[in-house]
Write a protein that binds this ligand. Structure first.
Ligand code: ADP
Length: 639
């Protein structure tokens, strides 16, 4: 079939570089011609007409022909876009016509050719562009450059629009088979070969050979997720390597993972701390609600006494989502988009998510870094002194903040510790102080751990006592955080042996993390290890430890009860000045227990009391305790 010439004209074209921002230096004036095989562009000028062919887009590869929303393109009016597939890659060609009429003519002409060739268009497209500096689309805020479109394309039939969660009136129809319903929260898989895709929540700069650097918002294919903390993944260029599993989220069919306002696993209190730390009017996040399958919007505002308000996103029977019944939408992103422009019943309109969220720790600096080269460590001021010696603030490879414990010689069984610490490095939880590695080839050996800005929980409680005791919700949240870390250790059959406020640390946004887990086993000092020793943590120990040195997760539960008591007294010494031997006598033989702190609600004290059941079998595990604590701190919502 001979090429049928249809249309030609002089327009400006942006170099094809997958939906990136417009910038003046990558725009070129070109001659365009349209025939029934391709849209071609040439060197040339208005005077001379076309000269050398510079490139083309095959009609059969076209998936989207749409105008670009004006006013969003840094002054470039009359722009339209052609989305097309080239081998497995998707590209977008942006073309600017001289007038709006010319743009409409071109769009119509290209659509007509496509339709005459039986081309099937995509159902959705992005009406804006991806802004590289802001790392998001300006039409929908999605942060993944390759995220599916947010607007229905011109020819999408009404039934597909509904199924797809899109609103609007019907238009021309090319494809009218309805789409299958979207299953809730299942991982997005390539239907041909069951691939799992993840989206990066944070940047990670590969630190060890074999690591893969990842960029926030980009999608990666998971090749192997059999290891708990370091998965093997492949990027768009086909490069493979290890990535930290806690830096990515599996992409589900809800697609919410690609929005930076979505924080899947975050509790109400964490959300509040994060939003308050940001302190900006209308700052918000969307999170999974404590009610399974539901979502909650948490918003910061000075308009209300409580500062952070929580709203459920509800769903009508027809599947439409809403916060305020009057304004319902087919998808959650649509609800958010609406409330970014209109308060629509909310206390304020939504603005933007917090920017100051810090990156979580990885299990080790890289998948294979354990022995740390001391020349890559810079050491600064002393943070404190513990029983093993000095703890200093440090930097690894000039950018990663760490704390370095310098283990005074003769204080611990170093060889046994170094052996065990490899396992401890693999313990990873958002409420455990991360162990990154050791410098074991020198003396004193260094233990390199996560840096926690506010130091030990005990000192923090004492410093903040006057303020914090008036905020039982904050205290409860601290307990809950510690409980989660302990539930994790329990699930790994790992016993802490020295859980107490002095061994927990406080970081940004009131994050509390449990530290020094398992270290007690390697201490050489008898005064610390023997239950009759002067340094033994008797006031945190249950009867079976005091009597028979029988440690278990249930002895950690007892200590957790005492830690809760420390939290609710603002860092008091348990049993005051009473001597250790007297405490043993009273607790073991006379069933005496710590009294209810003044700031402690009765229900919270009930939880402490079950931790102090004499018979360890009657003490609940940490999973049960977590439930109890979470129930007390349950969400209350605005309607
Ligand atoms: P040790 O294990 O030798 O007894 P500690 O863990 O008690 O030492 O630390 C002593 C002090 O150093 C703590 O009270 C705290 O103030 C500070 N510190 C310890 N670890 C960190 C850390 N990761 N980040 C910030 N400060 C820390």
């Amino acid at each position: 079939m001979a090429n049928q010439y249809i249309k030609e004209g002089y327009m400006t074209k942006k170099s094809i570089n997958k939906r990136t921002i417009f910038s003046p230096d990558n725009f070129k004036a070109r001659w365009f011609t349209l025939d029934n095989v391709a849209l071609r562009y040439y060197d040339g000028s208005l005077e001379k007409g076309k000269t050398n062919e510079k490139g083309k887009v095959e009609i059969s590869s076209i998936k989207v022909v749409e105008e670009v929303e004006d006013g969003k393109l840094e002054g470039k009016l009359n722009t339209f876009q052609i989305g097309f597939h080239d081998s497995s890659e998707q590209h977008t060609l942006y073309i600017t016509a001289q007038t709006d009429d010319m743009r409409k003519d071109w769009v119509q002409a290209i659509r007509d050719v496509c339709q005459s060739q039986g081309v099937e268009f995509d159902l959705k497209y992005h009406s804006g562009v991806f802004q590289r500096n802001l790392k998001r689309f300006n039409c929908c805020d999605q942060i993944n450059k390759n995220s599916p479109g947010c607007q229905p394309t011109f020819n999408q039939p009404e039934n597909a629009r509904k199924q797809n969660g899109l609103a609007g009136s019907s238009t021309l129809s090319v494809r009218d088979t309805p789409l299958p319903p979207i299953p809730p929260n299942t991982p997005a898989r390539d239907p041909r070969n069951s691939k799992t895709f993840v989206i990066a929540l944070y940047d990670y700069q590969g630190a060890a050979d074999g690591d893969l650097s990842i960029t926030k918002g980009e999608e990666y294919e998971v090749i192997d997720n059999s290891k708990e903390h370091w998965w093997t993944a492949k990027n768009k260029k086909g490069e493979k390597g290890y990535i930290p599993a806690n830096y990515v989220e599996v992409v589900t069919s809800t697609g919410l993972e690609s929005y930076d306002w979505y924080h899947k696993n975050i509790t109400r209190h964490r959300a509040e701390e994060m939003l308050k730390a940001e302190g900006k009017e209308g700052c918000f996040i969307v999170r999974d609600s404590s009610t399974k399958g539901m979502y909650t919007v948490s918003i910061y505002t000075k308009e209300s006494g409580t500062m952070v308000l929580h709203y459920h996103i509800k769903q009508f029977n027809d599947g439409m989502f809403y916060i305020s019944e009057k304004f319902k939408f087919p998808t959650i992103p649509d609800v958010i988009k609406y409330h970014k422009c209109n308060s629509g019943g909310l206390v304020v309109r939504l603005r933007s998510p917090p920017t100051g969220t810090s990156q979580p720790s990885t299990a080790g600096f890289g998948h294979d870094i354990w022995e740390i080269d001391p020349t890559e460590l810079e050491l600064f001021e002393e943070l404190g002194r513990g029983q093993f010696g000095s703890v200093k603030r440090g930097k690894w490879r000039k950018n990663k903040s760490v704390a370095v414990k310098m283990m005074q010689q003769g204080m611990m069984n170093e060889d046994d510790f170094i052996d065990e610490a490899k396992t401890m490095k693999m313990l990873q939880h958002e409420n455990l102080v991360q162990l990154y590695g050791v410098c074991s080839k020198q003396r004193p050996i260094y233990i390199v751990i996560e840096y926690m800005k506010h130091g030990s929980l005990l000192n923090y409680l004492k410093r903040q006592r006057g303020v914090i005791l008036k905020k039982p919700n904050k205290l409860l949240d601290m307990c809950l955080q510690v409980c989660r870390a302990m539930k994790y250790l329990e699930s790994q059959s790992f016993i802490h042996r020295d859980l107490a406020a002095r061994n927990c640390l406080v970081g940004d946004n009131l994050v509390v993390k449990v530290g020094d887990f398992g270290l007690a086993r390697y201490v050489l000092d008898d005064e610390y290890t023997s239950s009759s020793g002067t340094k033994f943590p008797i006031k945190w120990a249950p009867p079976e430890v005091l009597g028979y040195t029988r440690f278990s997760s249930k002895s950690d539960v007892w200590a957790f009860g005492v830690l809760m008591w420390e939290i609710f007294t603002g860092g008091d010494m348990p049993y005051g000045k009473i001597k250790n031997q007297e405490v043993v006598e009273q607790v073991v033989h006379h069933g005496k227990r710590l009294e209810k702190p003044q700031a402690c609600p009765g229900e919270v004290y009930d939880i402490m009391m079950v931790c102090w059941e004499k018979d360890e079998r009657n003490r609940p595990g940490f999973a049960v305790l977590e439930n109890k604590l979470a129930n007390l701190s349950d969400d209350d919502y605005c309607s």
